[in-house]
Design a protein around this ligand. Structure first.
Ligand code: FAD
Length: 298
């Protein structure tokens, strides 16, 4: 029978004292325990009956996971449990990685962003995750604490399918890492939603470009597409066109067409596959043109 007032099912709340303890618990209870931080995906999925974990493991206050650090030699470290409002407000993010703040700002509402994290957005592995494209074009990676110690997982090979990643039982993301971005770059995130705020993306396009004298066009571009394939991804053929051919309106249109051709979207409540494809072409053209406008003036 339909339950008009759904609530959370019973579960045990676990608060480990260290990362080692947390990894061990998660590995020992594989399949029945799940880590969480902001809980904005986790509790909704539990409430709606999609996830039935016996244990929810609160990892957000463990060792160094709530810090943002910028090092001019190595780049940016965003602790996994740093909420999106802190990312948006961070002076270092605004100065060196503004596209990350731009993308985080499109997520839901201010209230939700006091809980939601970028690492949670990544680990949730929704094809529509709004911050994932910015993380991909900024060459981000995830720092992971697992049963065999600490390692880095590049985001380029992290996603395996909707809700699926390379993480193994016992793995806990502890930070998102970004190298120093290319000199004189510009980047943009364009999100198409059903309304101006508070909805998941029908299509999300991220574009980053920068001058590079070793490229035949004199520039390199990195693009990322959301909500148009089982995982967020970089349309490499479109990137190659912008690297190989001198950049004109025709080249940008050709790259936008290649981005569209790389998509394999589905029909759902937010939009049809055909609409999504066409919007990828339009929004890629818009995002690349804006980035090109910014970098060609420098
Ligand atoms: C009303 C509403 C609106 C939303 N709007 C948007 C939107 O506009 N755009 C968008 O992209 N998303 C949206 N979301 C989804 C969600 O807010 C984001 O995906 C958010 O970034 C998740 O972060 P979190 O910290 O809350 O994740 P959590 O719910 O804590 O975790 C998410 C997933 O990551 C795993 N996980 C959490 N922490 C770790 C860890 N340290 N190591 C390994 N795995 C971990 C969890 O097990 C779970 O699978 C919305 C959600 C709601 C409820």
């Amino acid at each position: 029978m339909h339950n008009p007032t759904p609530g959370l099912p019973e579960f045990d709340y676990i608060k480990p004292a260290s990362l080692a303890e947390a990894s061990q618990f998660l590995a020992q209870h594989s399949g029945e325990a799940r880590p969480f931080m902001g809980g904005t995906d986790t509790f909704v999925r539990m409430r709606d009956g999609f996830w039935k974990e016996k244990y929810l493991v609160d990892v957000k206050n463990l060792d160094g996971m709530s810090q943002i650090n910028f090092d001019p030699a190595t780049g940016l470290t965003i602790g996994a449990s740093v909420n999106m409002n802190r990312v948006v407000a961070s002076p270092e993010v605004k100065e060196y990685y503004p596209v990350l703040a731009e993308a985080a700002h499109t997520v839901a509402s201010y209230q939700l962003r006091t809980r939601a994290t970028i690492a949670g957005n990544i680990c949730n592995a929704s094809p529509a995750g709004d911050t994932i494209g910015a993380c991909l074009v900024l060459d981000g990676s995830l720092q992971v604490h697992g049963m065999d110690g600490v390692r880095q997982e590049p985001l380029s090979t992290f996603f395996r399918g909707p809700g699926k990643t390379v993480l193994k039982p016992g793995d806990i993301a502890t930070a998102v890492l970004f190298p120093i971005p290319p000199r004189h770059y510009a980047a943009r995130y364009i999100k198409l939603g059903r309304n101006a705020i508070g909805d998941l993306a029908i299509v999300g396009v991220t574009a980053l470009g920068y001058p590079d004298s070793s490229a035949p066009s004199g520039y390199r571009f990195r693009l990322a597409l959301a909500s148009v394939a089982p995982v967020p991804f970089r349309p490499t053929q479109a990137e190659t066109i912008l690297t190989q051919q001198s950049i004109t309106a025709t080249t940008i249109a050709e790259a936008a067409q290649a981005a569209m051709d790389a998509c394999t979207p589905i029909d759902d409540v937010r939009g049809s596959a055909r609409y999504r494809k066409l919007m990828v072409r339009n929004l890629t053209q818009k995002a690349v043109s804006e980035v090109w406008g910014a970098i060609s003036r420098r």
